[in-house]
Design a protein around this ligand. Sequence first.
Ligand code: ZN
Ligand code: ZN
Length: 264
Amino acid sequence: MNYAVWLIGLSLLFILVERVWPRSPQKLLRRGIVSDVAYLVFNSEYLGVLIGALSIHAVAWLDRTMDLLRLREVFYLGVMSGRSFAVQFVVLLLVFDFAQWGIHNLLHRVPILWRFHRVHHSIEEMDWIGNWRFHGVEVIVYRALLYPCAAFFGFGVEAMFTYGVFNTLIGHFAHANLRARIGWLRYLINSPEMHIWHHTHPDSGPMNRNFGIALSVWDWVFGTAYLPAAAIPARLGFTGIEAFPKNIVTQTLAPLLWDGRGKQ
Ligand SMILES: [Zn+2]
Ligand SMILES: [Zn+2]
């Protein structure tokens, strides 16, 4: 099954479960939904194309460079090739998720990266499709670093594909407008109850918490976890969000054109 089939299936599943167990009353066709559907289509397609193109070209380029510098034996680890699917998947999940947790920290803490990442934080009504509202530059920042390395280190296509689907599943879940509590699993896996606090407006809760992508464990280990008694923040977003552009076209241009009233 290709990725598009998984994406459509998971999206329909979350449309359904949000209707059955909503956390907050929210319309299906809420404000900004057309733009978010455009983000879903564009970012998922763009992502697929970019993953393929970057993996192939970057690995070929790395190979050539390594040969040229006679460094292949030193750096080509290939430690994962020949390992079972289960081992590859678990190692990929741990290594990639930790790396993404670090990159997500940088997206918040480095001003030029925050200009792009605040597109994702322009969400004011949280639901599963918000998972896809992010600036295309984020794809470059994340994937350009991660996927060539994965291929170079010898992870198989099957493990990488499964990891991609798993990431989408948890991404939809963590953003979903769901009244879901997952008990002790919250120390391991990202969830709606934790991720909503990552999106809190500075008026309603602390900044720079819950950076987890698929796993929450890094936030608990490194002291950035935040899970108060209140179920949801009173308000989502960032300082100056009122003036932030509202659709995919203007938001994509925003990091270049907007006057920068985007302090957290
Ligand atoms: Zn963020
Ligand atoms: Zn988010």
